[in-house]
Design a protein around this ligand. Structure first.
Ligand code: AMP
Ligand code: GLY
Length: 463
């Protein structure tokens, strides 16, 4: 048996726990910030603690004689939990603090790409004081304003979507510094890109990048991509492991960016990146380009949430996920260790009413697992706790429901049908994975390609 510590207690970690415990060799220990009923059922022992308290996590690991640790969320990685666990001789799936800067410091990430001439950066500028950012905004066009540090996916604001006027852009810049949003007194202003986004997650053993099926997440709170950004409301993946608007060529270009980044951090730091690397990309045209190509929106040093729920249930029968994790940590993962089933998936998140701005927390919910299973769907618990024997909501996402089928449309139906078996003050986006929304995605990409064809075919005449 291998004693494995899983850190984190969201739906992503529930999906990781399920994948790990499919291996009979796994003896699972869980360090959680709240009692996730799904993980509790799979773990031999669980402890509720502050997961960003690296010392408390390390003590639990020592007492439980842990051999391998899998770190789910970004905060413990950026905090240096891996550095501490490694000192104790524990193998880890997750980068050290220094390399977790790829996610923890968006400026570090952009500068790395620039320095190594790796494609994928939009135009951007980094600011450490509000006044120079303000001067810049006065001459810039449409932008994305991004606190450089961690904000749980909710810190980015985009002109025309979240920020209607130059005054609101300046006000947000001031707020980032005065409220220390992201925690590092630094922000990026990037050119606003227009395109479709996709998530490429990969197992990285220090040198090799083994990609998982592509997934598209839906960040906006409400249907038709309206409302504020959230941690992600749901996601889908396709049978061929691509997406309806992403070609094999785009995938290869994105994979190459990730491979180059893994080499670049090794060259610059002498350290190997061993863990999950998740590139959030947008197929978009930079202002000096003729055609859309993969642009890096950001890197995450962990699985995506919800994206982990799409890909982990597809890990094939022949793949032992525990072995995959061990090989990542050892630096010796080969492509023969890992494969995924060719199925489509749709994940829908049920979230508390009012999420993300005024989420109603502490409400009891009921989850009819048998009925959900009867629909052919999977259920993953997210930010819930157990109070007086009942499952209660927190201010974050509640339950992820996943349908798996031969087409996205069928998987959507499975996930949607399962939603009626979860009762409580919850809502979800009905449009995720529907044929209608996917058609819009494809048409959006086509219109960008068409517009670029127009721009390039019109000859420029000097007067
Ligand atoms: P992030 O926290 O970096 O993942 O960004 C959150 C969301 O903001 C992304 O999913 C995009 O939809 C949007 N976004 C980030 N950067 C840009 C950009 N340069 N142009 C347009 N939208 C962006
Ligand atoms: N899918 C968004 C995230 O995991 O950051």
């Amino acid at each position: 048996m291998t004693r494995v510590l899983l850190i984190g207690s969201g739906a992503r970690e529930h999906a990781i726990a399920s994948a790990l415990t499919r291996s009979e060799e796994t003896e699972l220990y869980a360090a959680m910030s709240s009692r996730n009923p799904g993980i509790l059922r799979l773990a031999k022992e669980a402890r509720v603690l502050q997961i960003t308290d690296s010392r408390a996590v390390a003590d639990f690991a020592k007492q439980s004689r842990i051999e391998l640790a899998v770190i789910g969320p970004e905060a413990p990685l950026v905090n240096g939990t891996v550095d501490i666990l490694k000192e104790l001789g524990i193998a880890c799936v997750g980068p050290t603090r220094r390399l977790a800067s790829l996610e923890g410091d968006k400026a570090f990430c952009r500068e790395l790409l620039r320095k190594h001439r790796i494609p994928g950066n939009p135009f951007y500028a980094v600011f450490t004081d509000p006044n120079s950012a303000e001067d810049f905004l006065k001459i810039a066009g449409s932008v994305a304003i991004k606190p450089a540090g961690l904000t749980g996916g909710k810190g980015v604001k985009v002109s025309g979507e979240d920020l209607a006027t130059i005054e609101s852009e300046i006000a947000y810049v001031k707020e980032v510094f005065s409220r220390n949003i992201g925690g590092v007194q630094k922000l990026l202003v990037e050119e606003r890109l227009d395109g479709e986004e996709y998530s490429l997650q990969a197992f990285v053993d220090g040198n090799n990048v083994h990609v998982m099926p592509l997934v598209q997440d839906h960040k906006r709170a409400y249907e038709n991509d309206s409302g504020p950004n959230t941690g992600g409301m749901g996601s889908y993946s396709d049978k061929d492991h691509l997406l309806p608007f992403v070609s094999e060529r785009d995938l290869e270009a994105s994979r190459q960016i990730m491979t180059d980044v893994v080499q670049a951090v090794k060259n610059d730091t002498g350290e190997e990146y061993r863990g999950i690397l998740y590139g959030q990309f947008m197929l978009a045209k930079s202002s000096n380009e003729e055609k859309p190509s993969p642009k890096l929106i950001e890197f995450n040093c962990r699985f995506g949430d919800p994206e982990a729920m799409n890909v982990l249930p597809l890990v094939s029968e022949e793949t032992d996920f525990l072995v995959v994790c061990q090989k990542i940590a050892e630096g010796s993962l080969s492509s023969r260790h890992v494969s995924f089933e060719h199925k489509a998936t749709v994940c829908k998140y049920l979230v508390p009413s009012g999420y993300p701005e005024k989420a109603i927390a502490g409400e009891a919910i009921s989850v009819d697992k048998e009925a959900i299973g009867g629909e052919g769907a999977l259920v993953f618990y997210a930010s819930v706790d157990i109070k007086d024997g009942r499952i209660v909501t927190s201010a974050s996402r509640t339950v992820g429901l996943v349908g798996i089928a031969d087409s996205i449309e069928d998987a959507e139906r499975v996930a949607e049908n399962a939603t009626k078996h979860v009762k409580g003050q919850l809502r979800h986006r009905r449009d995720i994975g529907t044929a209608n929304l996917i058609r819009k995605r494809i048409e959006h990409m086509k219109s960008l390609e068409f517009n670029s064809a127009l721009t390039t075919s019109v000859p420029v005449r000097s007067q």
